[in-house]
Design a protein around this ligand. Structure first.
Ligand code: ADP
Length: 341
């Protein structure tokens, strides 16, 4: 299996934390944790939500609207499902880009029953005129519907059932202040620590029926997963496939060879990361470079670099953000030395 570095790298990249069809098929069914106590890592957030949910249950009231933000693949959708399940509530799921016209949003909102959880993914892609409908829906639990047009237009107010909106976004800064202000809880998801990903990969192997895989392999997979459970699961499934056709994935050397074959190094970096880092260090000679210039140079879209590539490189301190753009750090020189040894 090879990783291409064409314009469409994210679609073929193994490290892309975007949902791919095979993730959807398998994760939704068995890998997605169903309850808060199965949700690994993000301990502050888990504790906080635990209290919030318990309190709402005791008061028999829906929890206040929740906004989850952080890079893709960290568990925002999973948490929305968990919130609904823990509240014994029905989940309705949609996304910013799927809601095109006011009627789309109005029909979702008016179909909600008392206590339902409405999950809107990619909130930052919600159209501004739809945002305005959400303001009154979130705050006053009602919407104003315009009937007719021009001078004869009248508006009718419709009450909504009490509901909880769970919004998710990778770009908090793109949400308008009035929208942000209407969430009672704004929660950030961070990239996971390796020890948490080790627990996730152990669980995933168990659920996929891969027995006898030891702690050394869990560590090996976790440390290459870019702090992202979706990537952990993807690698576990690749290893399961290798095991199915005869590889002994209990052997660390075999697993390391598989990672080498698929182009993932010990830090979890792939071809696009290396291209990005090489551009900053060699092509731009260590200068701070703007995102659009880097996108043009690497042939990637800006959002891919910002959402998918940079968070992990920043966590590894291989790059830093400055007011003038992204810049390579000295840590990268050490990595280059290791690569050339
Ligand atoms: P996001 O919505 O942030 O892009 P998802 O909620 O779809 O991410 O998570 C991707 C996959 O990663 C899930 O299907 C689930 O299997 C796994 N996952 C995410 N968070 C956790 C977690 N905390 N513990 C275990 N598995 C997780």
């Amino acid at each position: 299996m090879t990783i291409r570095s064409s314009k469409k790298t994210t679609e073929t990249r193994l490290v892309s934390p975007d949902t791919r069809d095979e993730d959807r098929e398998e994760n939704t069914n068995i890998l997605r944790p169903k309850r808060l106590d199965e949700y690994v890592g993000q301990s502050h957030l888990r504790q906080y939500l635990g209290v919030t949910i318990e309190s709402a249950r005791i008061r028999s009231a829906p929890i206040e609207h929740v906004l989850l933000y952080g890079p893709p693949g960290l568990g925002k959708t999973t948490l929305a499902h968990i919130i609904a399940r823990e509240m014994d509530a029905h989940l309705r799921q949609t996304s910013g880009p799927a809601l095109e016209k006011p009627a789309d949003l109005v029909s979702v909102l008016t179909s909600l029953q008392t206590g339902d959880v409405l999950f809107i993914d990619e909130m930052h892609r919600l159209k501004p005129h739809l945002e305005e409908i959400l303001y009154s829906a979130m705050e006053d639990r009602c919407i104003d519907i315009m009937i007719g047009s021009g001078a004869g237009a009248t508006s009718i107010r419709m009450d909504l059932s009490p509901f909880t909106l769970v919004g998710a976004t990778t770009k908090l800064s793109r949400l308008s202040n009035p929208l942000r202000d209407r969430f009672g809880h704004i929660l950030k998801l961070d990239l996971y620590e390796t020890k948490d990903l080790e627990r996730i990969v152990e669980r995933t192997f168990r659920l996929l029926g891969c027995d006898g895989v030891g702690a050394d392999i869990h560590q090996l997979v976790a440390s290459r997963s870019r702090g992202t459970p979706r990537i952990t699961n993807r690698y576990a499934k690749i290893l399961r496939d290798y095991a199915t056709v005869g590889s002994d994935i209990r052997d660390a050397r075999v697993v390391s060879d598989i990672f080498e074959k698929i182009g993932i190094d010990e830090r979890g970096l792939d071809v696009l990361d290396r291209k990005f880092l090489a551009a900053l260090s060699r092509h731009f000679g260590g200068r701070a470079v703007g995102l659009s210039t880097l996108a043009a140079h690497t042939g990637e879209e800006e959002w891919t670099l910002e959402d998918v590539v940079e968070p992990y490189l920043l966590k590894l301190a291989l790059i830093e953000r400055t007011p003038r753009g992204r810049r390579i750090t000295h840590a990268w020189e050490q990595v280059v030395r290791e690569y050339s040894e």
